[in-house]
Write a protein that binds this ligand. Sequence first.
Ligand SMILES: [Fe+2]
Length: 427
Amino acid sequence: MATHVKPSIDAGHLASRFADVRALTLALAAPLSDADATVQSMEDASPAKWHLAHTAWFFETFVLRDHVAGYELFDADWPFLFNSYYEAEGERHSRARRGMITRPMLDQVRAYRHHVDDALIAALPNLDNRARDLVELGLHHEQQHQELLLMDIQHLFAQNPLEPALFDAAPAGLSEMPGPLDWIEGHVGEAEIGCDDAVGGSAFAFDCEGPRHKVYLNPHGLADRLITNGEWIEFIEAGGYANHEHWLMEGWAWVQENRIEAPEYWRKGEDGDWYRVGLAGRQPIDRAAPVCHISYYEAAAYADWTGFRLPTEAEWEVAAGDIDPDGGNQLDGAGDARTLPAPGSEGLKQMFGDVWEWSGSAYQPHPGFRSAEGAVGEYNGKFMVGQYVLKGACCATPRGHSRASYRNFFYPHMRWQFAGLRLARDL
Ligand SMILES: [Fe+2]
């Protein structure tokens, strides 16, 4: 049980953030046709229409239904469609068949969102702290789905031989090659990681980020920047995908079964050069930009090839403690989807932006972790098996959503998320 009393969340501030977050989701989906928003390209990805409805379902279920007397569901049949994985909420539509939901149509889903928005804004001033905490949780949940929506649309569009673009191309450029890796020595000895604030308050954190606890760090260094596409091409050309030597056994099997020879979304043009497809359609590979859309298996193989390793979650989090989590290349609005390194600075660069960074740490409960009470306790804890932690933020992460204790997580073969790597070394 928490022993401190949290201040109440200001209703006006919460209402204004609610309006902003909900509007960004609609803006991200605005260029989509009903067909774009309905198709599901793989089981791990969801249709945009489903993201739009599911994020409304979250507020409707956990705030309006449970905390607002007299609220009537927009449609009593829809929770079956738009519950994601909450066993406590009962039976639900198959995740693999979300793309079959051609009805309701996109406009009806938008009407659902308006209905929920109006009811929630009207109810907000009278909600107690527990319900306001759930609104706060719902906003962070929706921001996670904004990134998922972009990931899933990118994956869907990449299946189309016409290589369509969702947004105009990012401004050309960058491309001054960064210098050789510089190593920044990390803290040695006892340190603390994790965040104690559960839901709510000005310092929001998901339950899996706590409790704050002690760790011990051995002498180590972190690379001052991310690994670039240019460096990844060297790995490819050195036979990185053709030689089992640097791969984990599972990773090598995955390479062979799936004939992996480059990051996701990389293709070879008629001229023999690599290009990539993305939210801006077909683009040349920018050698100076961080490599993106690699699996844990690939990150681990690359690290082994260089003779170094991936950072542990604790090494990364302690090093990030003094860095502004909102200062990197992150999502500021619709149409802003780039993967370019942040401007150079002294010390550790690109910690909160560009790409999520694979850590070498499994997604395990922090010592003393307990899931939140109620159905929302299913949010994180039940996924703590077989996955790895990714730290930081990426170019598709909405600005304001990040912090050092944040724990993103994916299975080691997954790579449709914006994931890259930073090396670490023992000293
Ligand atoms: Fe969700």
